[in-house]
Design a protein around this ligand. Structure first.
Ligand code: GRF
Length: 211
C-alpha cells in the first residue's frame, strides 16, 4: 500500500514535442464518472503523438456518463461498473482491478473518477494510479474544490495531478497549474478555466511519468 506523505508542490512545465518513440506505449486504464473531457484530452494527446500511450479501457460508474460516448468515438473499449450494484467499496474495487488486469493495464488514470478508493485498488496498482483534482492541493480537497476556492475568496487556484494513495487527494504531487480567480467568476466560469489547464497538464504529467 502507498504510504501517504506530505506532498510537496512542484511546478514543472516540460516542453513535450511530437516525437518517435523508443519504447512501446504505456497501457492506460482510465476511470471516469462524468463528462470525460480529461479522457478526451488524453486520447487527443496520444493521437497528436505528445504522449506515448494506448488507452486499453475506459471504466465508468454512471450509466449516463458522457465519457463512455467519447470512448466509443475513439474506439476504446468501455466497461460499466455501476457502484450502486455493490454493497461495499471493496467489492467495486475488486471488479475494477479484475477489469484493469483483463485489459492488461500498466497505469491507471482517474480522470474525473468520483469514488473513494480502498486498499484493494491501491495495493494492486501501487504508485501506478494518477488523479486530476481541480485545486492547488493541499488546498481544497474533496468534491467541492472549485466552490471552496470561490467561497474562501482566494485569488489563485488551479489544478493538481498527483499519485493516488488511500487518503483522499493526498498522494505525491506530479504537476500543478495555477488559475487566477476573477472578481466576477461563477462556479461555471472558474471551473471552465481550470479545465483548460487540466487538459494541458494531465497528459503532460502522464508523459513525464511514462518517461
Ligand atoms: C475535473 O474537474 C477533475 O478535476 C475532477 O472532476 C472533473 C472531471 O471532468 N476530478 P471531466 O469529466 O474530465 O470533464
Amino acid at each position: 500500500m502507498t504510504i501517504c506523505t506530505d506532498s510537496t508542490p512542484s511546478l514543472i512545465s516540460p516542453n513535450i514535442h511530437s516525437q518517435q518513440w523508443e519504447h512501446p506505449p504505456v497501457k492506460l486504464g482510465i476511470l471516469a464518472s462524468g463528462n470525460g473531457s480529461n479522457f478526451e484530452a488524453i486520447a487527443q494527446a496520444i493521437a497528436d503523438k505528445k504522449l506515448n500511450a494506448q488507452i486499453q479501457v475506459l471504466i465508468y460508474n454512471n450509466p449516463n456518463a458522457y465519457a463512455a460516448k467519447r470512448a466509443n468515438n475513439w474506439g476504446v473499449p468501455t466497461v460499466l461498473l455501476n457502484h450502486r450494484q455493490y454493497q461495499q467499496r471493496e467489492e467495486l474495487d475488486r471488479n475494477i482491478v479484475a477489469t484493469l488486469e483483463k485489459y492488461d493495464t500498466d497505469l491507471v488514470i482517474m480522470a474525473g473518477w468520483m469514488r473513494l478508493v480502498t486498499p484493494v485498488l491501491i495495493d494492486a496498482f501501487t504508485d501506478k494510479i494518477v488523479n486530476i483534482h481541480p485545486s492547488l492541493l493541499p488546498s481544497f480537497k474533496g468534491i467541492k474544490a472549485v466552490e471552496q476556492a470561490l467561497s474562501t475568496g482566494v485569488k489563485i487556484t488551479g489544478c493538481t495531478v498527483h499519485l493516488v494513495c488511500l487518503e483522499m487527494d493526498s498522494g505525491p504531487i506530479l504537476m500543478q497549474a495555477a488559475v487566477p480567480v476573477l472578481p466576477d467568476d461563477t462556479l461555471a466560469t472558474l471551473h471552465a478555466r481550470i479545465q483548460i489547464e487540466e487538459h494541458r497538464i494531465l497528459p503532460m504529467a502522464i508523459a513525464l511519468l511514462v518517461r
